[in-house]
Design a protein around this ligand. Structure first.
Ligand code: PAF
Length: 282
């Protein structure tokens, strides 16, 4: 496995790969990898001739009082996991090379980024889209792999690729969960034992909603009202819901009734840890 710390090193390697007509798969990450990330890598390794994984904790997507400084990092462990997963190249750039002094060019989306996570994190998606656009320009992959856990991010990246004409196919991969149902996230590491068990109320809510939908309820107000009983039954005092919404899964607009499919999206704070989860009802 090759390690590249500078854009130029990476470009030189990829120049040869492209010249030999090989397809390039790309998995952007912020490191502290778990099985969710590794499933993206596996998909890339299976589909593409050459797989690049970037590890970069992107300061631009954190708000002023968020967890940038404490965000978990373990490069040596990530490197081992990526080697085992048959990654061909890790790109591990310094902050200064991606955001040199005076940096002031951003990618901003004006519609989908305003709802759900965008309400409480108003600059988050500007940071995400900018770094993803930069990484796409540096790596120039044929395929890029993203998890459905960050569903809003996935939609925004697909929209950016379409609207800004990046010649890249975005492949979305299913959420990977712990055995008790909690969606995998690098931030789960912050949870105390009590918070960890309380956090299970999030998957419980979305799976109960899925069951009610499968049993025939399609009115979104009725579905949303089910959450109160689930919360009081689960006695999860550490969890404060930030949002719980059922929306059109293509454009994130509100829905009164689910006709074909819908996104059920939830976010909450468990202690000081912000967690998100979702499911697509079909
Ligand atoms: O999903 C993430 O880990 C990040 O938002 C991403 C896509 C790597 C951009 O920093």
């Amino acid at each position: 496995m090759i390690e590249a710390f500078e854009k130029e090193e990476l470009r030189n390697v990829l120049w040869d790969i492209r010249a030999s007509q090989k397809t390039i798969g790309f998995v952007p990450t912020m490191g502290f990898l778990h099985d969710g990330h590794l499933s993206l890598v596996k998909n890339s390794v299976e589909k593409c001739d050459f797989t690049v994984v970037s590890i970069f904790v992107n300061p631009a997507q954190f708000g002023p009082n968020e967890d940038l400084d404490n965000y978990p990092r373990d490069y040596e462990q990530d490197k081992k996991l990526l080697e085992n997963a048959k990654t061909d190249l890790i790109f591990y750039p310094e902050k200064e090379s991606l955001y040199p002094d005076g940096f002031s060019t951003w990618v901003v989306e004006d519609k989908l980024s305003k709802v759900l996570c965008g309400k409480s994190r108003p600059t988050h998606f500007k940071g995400v889209l900018t770094i993803v656009a930069k990484l796409f320009n540096i790596v120039q992959p044929d395929f890029a792999f993203f998890g459905q856990k960050d569903y809003q991010q996935l939609l925004l990246i697909k929209k950016m690729v379409k609207e800004l004409d990046f010649p890249i196919e975005i492949i979305s991969c299913p959420i990977v969960r712990e055995s008790d149902g909690l969606a995998m996230s690098s931030r789960n590491k912050y949870l105390s034992d009590k918070e960890r068990s309380d956090s299970l109320v999030l998957p419980r809510i979305i799976f109960e909603i899925e069951k009610a939908f499968q049993d025939g309820e399609s009115n979104t107000k009725n579905l949303i009202s089910l959450k109160d009983k689930i919360i009081s039954d689960s006695n999860s005092k550490n969890v404060k819901l930030e949002y719980f919404e059922i929306l059109n899964s293509d454009n994130l607009e509100p829905l009164d009734k689910i006709e074909k499919s819908a996104l059920v999206a939830i976010a909450g704070k468990c202690g000081s840890t912000r967690l998100i989860d979702n499911i697509i009802l079909k």
